[in-house]
Design a binder for this molecule. Structure first.
Ligand code: NDP
Ligand code: MG
Length: 382
């Protein structure tokens, strides 16, 4: 039996993880969860899964929940750390959204446990901190972002990445795949949240619509697989069936396929020696039309920025991530137009940022400064 700590339990990934655990109760136990303030979803989780420990980020909510059961509820950075490093936690799922996930990924990377990583922002903003720490402490990071999990599966059985020629990361293209940036001026928040293939949290859904998600994923892949950005190609695959492709030096290309359902990569990552079963929608191979198209050329500037982040590392990813988070939040709050998301990133991105030592404190500082800068850019659009 493995004890799972699910960080970000009330979200979309959290729901998929709980689905896999429910179908594998003889091997997986939900020992603890964390969330911010979605109390109604939390009550459903409590009724069905009754985790022993519940970390609540929102202090007022914590206080009100705590009055009923003191032992169960936790709040504050120290308690969060104590929960993550508990001896009886075997697997940590990092599924908080956004930069807020960095502090948990940072603590988890030092534990020597198995981490299931969904929170790409922690790697983009803090890759130069998290990956070396995980290596030093023998912490096993298994990606559950579907593309990275696909790459991970395509690489298993190989001797590292020595024989890899290239890796193709697929992108659904989101709801606006056939529109140019110019045509996106008037899209509404509702249009942008209407993803054709995946049902996800709002931040990652907007990232998917702008294709910034793929740029974040390029940076995530560069860190997770420790390969130069030149190995990675981005390609549009509207059906979201092939989740990524690894091409070897002998000409073989290996891909991982499934219906677009996050429980598939999650089940793979939760398994130990053998695969674990889930109910899933079969692919009908006799009736499968798969297509691919080039990553749109009018998004090459944003891809170039991501490639620069891959090449230079340090705080560049912190800046890129923070600028994007402010831009997406401002779009969701209807302060800027959809295509101004790119402008906020371009005008905030500072490739000459001084590279001091990368520590959790310095990353937090650069993140905070960048947010202030990006907010000023947002105001300039008003
Ligand atoms: P959601 O917005 O659906 O859920 C986010 C979770 O994080 C919720 O439990 C939320 O709590 C919690 N949370 C948010 N802010 C904080 C905070 N400050 N402190 C503590 N907890 C917080 O996001 P998703 O599940 O869609 O995405 C989670 C991560 O996984 C993201 O990094 C995303 O990029 C990545 N990912 C998601 C995919 C998907 O299919 N959804 C696919 C691949 C990657 P509350 O509900 O209380 O606000
Ligand atoms: Mg993905």
């Amino acid at each position: 039996m493995k004890n799972v700590l699910l960080l970000g339990a009330t979200g979309s990934i959290g729901k998929s993880v709980l689905g896999v655990i429910s179908q594998n109760k003889e091997s997986l136990n939900l020992i603890g969860i964390s969330f911010n303030k979605n109390v109604s979803r939390y009550q459903e989780i409590l009724e069905k899964h009754s985790p022993d420990y519940v970390y609540v980020e929102d202090h007022d909510l914590f206080k009100s929940l705590c009055s009923k059961n003191k032992e169960r509820y936790l709040n504050g950075d120290e308690e969060l750390e104590k929960l993550i490093i508990r001896d009886d936690v075997d697997i940590i799922v990092c599924a908080t959204s956004g930069f807020a996930g960095l502090k948990t990924a940072y603590i988890a990377s030092k534990t020597g446990k198995k981490i299931l990583l969904a929170n790409k922002e922690s790697i983009v903003a803090g890759g130069d901190l998290i990956l070396p720490l995980a290596k030093e402490n023998n912490t096993k990071i298994i990606p559950i972002d579907s593309e990275h999990n696909a790459i991970f599966q395509c690489l298993s059985g190989e001797k590292g990445t020595e024989d890899v020629k290239s890796i193709t990361i697929t992108a659904s293209g989101g709801p606006f795949i056939n529109a140019s940036i110019k045509e996106l001026q008037h899209v509404t928040v509702e249009d942008a949240l209407n993803h054709p293939n995946w049902k996800m949290g709002s931040k990652v859904t907007i990232d998917s619509a702008t294709l910034v998600n793929k740029c974040l994923e390029l940076i995530e892949a560069r860190y997770l697989f420790d390969l130069d950005e030149k190995y990675f190609d981005l390609v549009i695959h509207p059906q979201s069936i092939i989740h990524s492709i690894v091409t070897y030096i002998d000409g073989s290309s290996i891909c991982q396929m499934s219906s677009p359902d996050m429980r598939v990569p999650i089940a793979h990552a939760l398994s130990e020696v053998n695969r674990i079963p889930i109910e899933f929608k079969d692919l009908d191979f006799s009736n499968l039309n798969l297509s691919f198209q080039e990553f749109p050329s009018d998004r090459s500037k944003i891809q170039d920025i991501a490639r620069e982040v891959c090449n230079k590392g340090g705080f560049l990813g912190t800046v890129f991530n923070a600028a994007n988070e402010i831009a997406v939040e401002s779009f969701l709050n209807k302060k800027i137009k959809f295509n101004e998301i790119y402008e906020v990133i371009y005008r905030t991105f500072d490739k000459n940022i001084v590279s001091n030592e990368v520590t959790i404190e310095s990353i937090n500082e650069v993140d905070a400064q960048t947010r202030i800068h990006a907010q000023k850019v947002v105001k300039s659009f008003a």
